[in-house]
Design a protein. Structure first.
Length: 422
């Protein structure tokens, strides 16, 4: 019965995407008129919807929900980015959005078969340490960007999907314990802890601690999934011990954090509106001025503030399109990890992928939005698929492919895998 409903639900979902983008383009046309730039943007977005619909109609559709939501979100973000403070088709953002969609299909193909993907674990470790080496040796001046002249690359963004793969690939190894000097341990668990420490040290070295909570959340969910795999009960003593350790880590981090982090933790944005609190004050003001339905596409002024398209993009959307639209955009992005509930994962490996991606997306969005609204210190983290940025967009596409793989209902059994290995 489920398979008979797919041909009906698939075109219906894509029709909703076309209607949503057409309605947004109508609002843009009402603000700017039928200018060549409006027509160019409309043709690009709607053509991408149609081409994507045709492609998805000829491929397996067991995970079409992720593809459909991606088409919707990428088109919406392209329209947003093209209208901030005026009208100029965001060609670069659109191209990277299409590239992210393609990266989603590639990562889906790689991770769809959990047994084959788990055998690639040495490759994931190799990629992890290669990216760490690239950050350390190629960015220069303790930065996070590699400047290639024509464009720049942020390797730390690609560490996220690789780290998710490492966490997922080591879930099934919990029964493979080693013993040294009478101490039993799981090697993969030690490697996970080691990789987390490497990431923390690298983030500290590069002065980019804003992304650290995302990696910690991925690692934490991976460790929690290991308890679920072993079906072990977490004792009250263990919970108290872990809680005490977490408190000590937070206290240590706050006390010995770099000066720029200390300034953000203890600064009052309203008493330093032209200094350290400038971005957050402008972001909050823009949300308030936009109200529920916004000033209208292109009528915002937050675009004059640095990082308006990236780190405080939520406020920029709220100013021009309204708080209601901003909240709906957040819900749509959150629907990507939530879509896994429509078709639950059939393997622990795919569960690890889904949990890791959900942790990354939710924490990133929380850091961005709460930072813009001054609920937490400003972190400078992007919103997946919405913020401008090539590396972030491509990495988000890879992560979305993991979600699509986790929805694939067909798994290759062990006997087929053995034959394939021969």
């Amino acid at each position: 019965m489920a398979s008979s409903t797919k041909p009906v639900s698939h075109p219906f979902l894509l029709l909703l995407v076309l209607i949503a983008h057409a309605a947004m383009m109508l609002l843009v046309a009402l603000s700017f008129g039928l200018t060549p730039e409006v027509l160019k943007m409309a043709c690009a977005v709607l053509t991408a919807d149609l081409v994507g619909s045709i492609i998805l109609a000829f491929v397996q559709r067991e995970a079409c929900t992720v593809d459909t939501v991606m088409l919707l979100v990428i088109g919406m973000s392209t329209i947003y980015q093209s209208c901030f403070g005026g009208l100029s088709f965001a060609v670069k953002h659109f191209v990277f959005g299409i590239a992210a969609f393609l990266m989603c299909q590639i990562s889906y193909a790689v991770t769809r078969n959990p047994y084959r993907a788990e055998r690639l674990k040495p490759l994931w470790y190799g990629m992890f340490f290669a990216l760490v080496a690239a950050i350390f040796f190629l960015t220069g001046s303790r930065g996070i960007w590699i400047d290639l002249g024509v464009f720049t690359i942020q390797p730390s963004e690609f560490v996220k999907p690789v780290f998710v793969l490492i966490c997922a690939s080591s879930v099934r190894t919990q029964l493979h314990k080693s013993e040294v000097a009478g101490i039993h341990f799981v090697p993969d668990n030690l490697m996970l802890i080691f990789c987390t420490v490497v990431i923390a040290a690298l983030q500290w070295y590069c002065r980019d601690l804003g992304s650290l909570p995302t990696f910690v959340a991925i690692a934490g969910c991976g460790i929690l999934l290991r308890f679920c795999y072993l079906r072990e009960k977490i004792s009250l003593r263990l919970m108290i011990f872990l809680g005490a350790c977490a408190v000590m880590v937070v206290v240590f981090a706050c006390k010995f954090a770099p000066d720029y982090v200390q300034d953000r933790l203890h600064s009052d944005i309203w008493s330093d509106m032209s200094g350290s609190g400038y971005q957050q004050v402008k972001a909050l003001t823009a949300i308030a001025e936009g109200g529920w339905f916004g000033k209208g596409a292109g009528n915002g002024t937050l675009i004059k503030v640095a990082a308006s398209r990236t780190d405080i993009v939520f406020s920029t959307i709220c100013e021009e399109w309204g708080l209601f639209t901003g909240m709906m955009t957040v819900i749509l992005v959150l629907f990507l990890p939530a879509s896994i509930l429509t078709v639950p994962p059939r393997s622990y490996y795919h569960s690890g992928l889904a949990v890791g991606v959900a942790a990354a997306f939710i924490v990133q969005m929380a850091l961005n939005i709460f930072g813009s609204c001054n609920v937490i210190p400003f972190t400078g983290v992007t919103i997946p698929f919405i913020s401008q940025g090539g590396s972030s967009m491509l990495a988000s596409g890879i992560l979305a492919g993991f979600l699509k793989a986790a929805q694939a209902p067909v798994l290759t059994d062990w006997s087929a895998e053995k034959k394939e290995g021969k």
